[in-house]
Design a protein around this ligand. Sequence first.
Ligand SMILES: C[S@@+](CC[C@H](N)C(=O)[O-])C[C@H]1O[C@@H](n2cnc3c(N)ncnc32)[C@H](O)[C@@H]1O
Length: 278
Amino acid sequence: MTSIQSLLKTTRQQLATVSDSPQLDAELLLSHCLHKERSYLYAWGETEVEQAVQQQFNQLVEKRLSDYPIAYILGHKAFWSLDLIVTEAVLIPRPETELLVETALETIQTSKAPKILDLGTGSGAIALAIASERPDAIITASDYSNKALAIAQQNAKKNNFHNISFIQSDWFGQIPPQEFDLIVSNPPYIPSQDPHLKQGIRHEPLQALVSGETGLEAINNILNSALHYMHHRAWILIEHGYNQGDAVPLLMTEAGLQHSHCIKDYNKNNRLSMGRKG
Ligand SMILES: C[S@@+](CC[C@H](N)C(=O)[O-])C[C@H]1O[C@@H](n2cnc3c(N)ncnc32)[C@H](O)[C@@H]1O
């Protein structure tokens, strides 16, 4: 049998070939197999790991070595203050998307019981993060994928949110006519020939990532109908690629939105654009 400490050391060296955070990955996988918190690994480093646990751990390490994302192996991912269930049916929520949540919360700061629409909700990350800060909000979360919606609904239940309704819809296609105070979306925005699609993200659902040859198809589609679903002075916020910071505000203006502008993330990359009705 091998101790926790030495198992972590060998695994860290192995995982360094595929991961930017090999120590963390090794700890997450081992604590998952031991059904313990990560702190247990430090307190009990000398403890021998049972054969059966080690076998399960080795299988997970093999999976990780094939570049399979850690969040899918563990089945969950932290986002905002929440722990979200994730499967291959949904995009793994990215920390960068928290900027969209922060900005969204600022736009509804003074509204009471704001009506919000999250288009392409995936795991429900954005809708749930907003719901966690604004229990008075009335949120609609939609996705084209029924499998993704099932995960988002599980996440709402797990986190005890009752102010989100879910609807299967091709963008605005099946959303009943109404006016929202805020529309948010992190749509697919990667061009179909982008070389990144051959790397780590290849395990994530293509319909969550790719949007036509230019990557702007979904954004265009959303913007073409958005005005009909917005109250006067409502904002729409759309996350996009770092190289789409000129194109998206322009598309917003062409769609009839005002005050269109792009916001940079903490690494100074163009990350999201917003525009207002009126
Ligand atoms: C980039 S993922 C974003 C997921 C989640 N909102 C997040 O930020 O982690 C894009 C989502 O849009 C959904 N989607 C793709 N095409 C769609 C369409 N035509 N109508 C509605 N949703 C769509 C995908 O299923 C996916 O869940």
